[in-house]
Design a protein around this ligand. Sequence first.
Ligand code: SF4
Length: 180
Amino acid sequence: MGKPKVATVWLEGCSGCHMSFLDLDEGLLDILNSVVLTTTPITDFKDFDFEEVDLGIVEGAIGNTEQEEIVKELRQKCKILMAWGDCAVFGGINVLRNWIPKEEVLRRGFLETESTVDGVIPDDEELPALLDKVLPVNAVVPVDAYVPGCPPSPEAIAFALKEILEGRIPILPADMIHFD
Ligand code: SF4
């Protein structure tokens, strides 16, 4: 049997969860020797036509139609889906906009900021549309494993990956669970 295939996506988030993964430093070598990374922002891969993978990993919440499509596609193509970080697990800081009507968010962002001159709200049909609310991943597709934290520690990420690669759904030890 070949090495397990893993795809990761960076949706509505800051990339801090992927950076925390990279912070494993030399510990990364063991993980990267055990898996094949397919689609992932780590390789600057931008084609989301996923191949079938054993593990899909999501960083970030779901705030627009493109992110919604990507996570649904990944869910279809992976056996296990893991949410990395508070944005993916709970929506994270992104949900601050959920108390403001979408139209107001767009107006403020594209027309009213102090630095805006002749602003226009983009409405090209090729552009992803904002969802009414930002959603955690499990509000859009089923999630099998969660690693909360902002970002999760490298140790928590490594633990969760190791557990999944050994055939177990990870249950993080208490000292690896944090929400900040
Ligand atoms: S959970 Fe924190 S570190 Fe991860 S993407 Fe969200 S804001 Fe960034």
